[in-house]
Design a protein around this ligand. Structure first.
Ligand code: ASP
Ligand code: MG
Length: 410
């Protein structure tokens, strides 16, 4: 029998009726397969737990945050197992540590080191459906840690790799990955198939459907992901290697989609003295506290000073501000730190996009015609991203989608 890993997102287990529906879905899949299920915390429960802790203090201990947040997944995991048992099924729930998921010591954003699969394997052998709490692991201190927001996807994909599963299905409340956010662009289309690289860019640029880190693991181990809707039978989006996707024309430009991300904050550090390893100082400090940075620009205006501009995820805004204040303000009071929360990142994604020189020009022309000012630009082989005022986000996405739609056929 082959192993299938099924992961259900928070909205799929929000309430007893949905848990029952999910249980039925699992039972019908069990007919021909051994099943390992990964579950997220229901609905907004992770956000609500964070809010509760922040009511007590703005800087709760990260270890205690992990203790707190891991409970969300434990609740949905055990409820789903109780439901399956009540329907006459042999099923057993496990926390991340019980499932043998071992990680490093970075509380709230731990990285998986390895998975000891024997307990899950034994439970499968004795006929169980195994239900694992997503998003959590055990570190070398013997503590529970969490794997970063959206980390249940990572649990599912990492388990698929360790168990050599034949398929990893990621169920949520959307049909799959779209060519743009369907709430913004009514004509956005569901994409049937994406390569790991395309999906990685889409997820990193704001497509909410999968945790970016999880796609890196899927690519590394060649795990085929099927992202689909819990509540429909429609095929979703398959994410697999480029070789598995048959492209009609080898070198034709193929745009995967347009993404928008309003979850980033722009920091500008002005009047930095040249030299002194300032860039190293900033980004080394931010890396040490696990802050992901992108769109870095360093510019020196005519004078002898440098400006450095970059963006970080909104959830790291205060942490970034504190780190920058600590580096500069005690000594260099002429340095100015400016932050702008009113930004959106708009990206066009497609393998080989940079080789098609006219895409960049066309994008800028659309922004120009619509009076959308570009604050930052970043390009690579697979993505062109611009930072614009948040106010212009919807217009920018709509206009770009309309103009590039003809390159999106697959
Ligand atoms: N419950 C966690 C979160 O909301 C993990 C997940 O859902 O994947 O980020
Ligand atoms: Mg998720």
């Amino acid at each position: 029998m082959s192993i299938v890993v099924m992961k259900f997102g928070g909205s799929s287990v929000d309430g007893i009726d949905r848990i029952k529906y999910v249980a039925q879905k699992i039972i019908s899949k069990k007919k021909n397969n051994e099943i390992v299920v990964v579950v997220s915390a229901s609905g907004n429960s992770t956000d609500n737990l964070i809010k509760k802790a922040k009511k007590i203090t703005s800087f709760p201990s990260l270890r205690e945050m992990d203790m707190l947040l891991a409970t969300g997944e434990m609740v949905s995991t055990s409820l789903l197992t109780i439901m399956l048992n009540s329907m006459g099924q042999k099923a057993i729930s496990m926390t991340g540590p019980q499932a043998g998921i071992l990680a490093d010591n970075n509380y709230t954003c731990a990285k998986i080191k390895k998975i000891k699969i024997n307990r899950i394997k034994n439970c499968l052998l004795s006929g169980n459906i195994v239900i694992v709490a997503g998003f959590q692991a055990l570190n070398v201190n013997g503590d529970i840690t969490t794997l970063g927001r959206g980390g249940s996807d990572l649990t599912a994909i990492a388990l698929s790799a360790s168990l050599k599963a034949n398929l990893c299905e990621i169920y949520s409340d959307v049909e799959g990955v779209y060519t743009a956010d369907p709430n913004i662009v009514k004509t956005a289309k569901k994409i049937d198939c994406l390569s790991y690289d395309e999906m990685l860019e889409m997820a990193g640029a704001g497509a909410q459907i999968l945790q970016p880190r999880s796609i890196i693991v899927a690519k590394k181990f060649g795990i085929v992901i099927h992202a689909r809707n819990t509540f429909s039978k429609n095929p979703g989006t398959v994410i697999t290697s480029e070789q598995n996707i048959r492209r009609k024309n080898m070198e034709t430009l193929l745009i995967s989609g347009i993404t928008s991300d309003k979850n980033r904050v722009k920091f500008t550090v002005r009047n930095l003295p040249k030299g002194h390893n300032i860039v190293l100082k900033i980004f080394d400090k931010l890396a040490k506290v696990n802050i992901d940075v992108d769109m870095i620009i360093q510019s020196s205006i005519l004078n002898k000073k440098n400006d450095i501009i970059f963006t970080v995820n909104k959830q790291n805004m205060e942490k970034t501000q504190t780190e920058l204040n600590n580096i500069f303000l005690p000594k260099l009071n002429f340095v100015k730190i400016i932050r702008n929360e009113r930004i959106a990142k708009i990206s066009i994604i497609g393998v080989g996009i940079k080789e098609n020189y006219n895409v960049i020009a066309k994008m800028f022309n659309i922004f120009y015609k619509n009076k959308i000012n570009i604050e930052m630009i970043n390009t690579s082989e697979t993505i062109i991203s611009c930072i614009v005022d948040k106010f212009n986000m919807i217009k920018a996405v709509k206009e770009l989608h309309e103009s590039f739609e003809i390159f999106m056929k697959r």
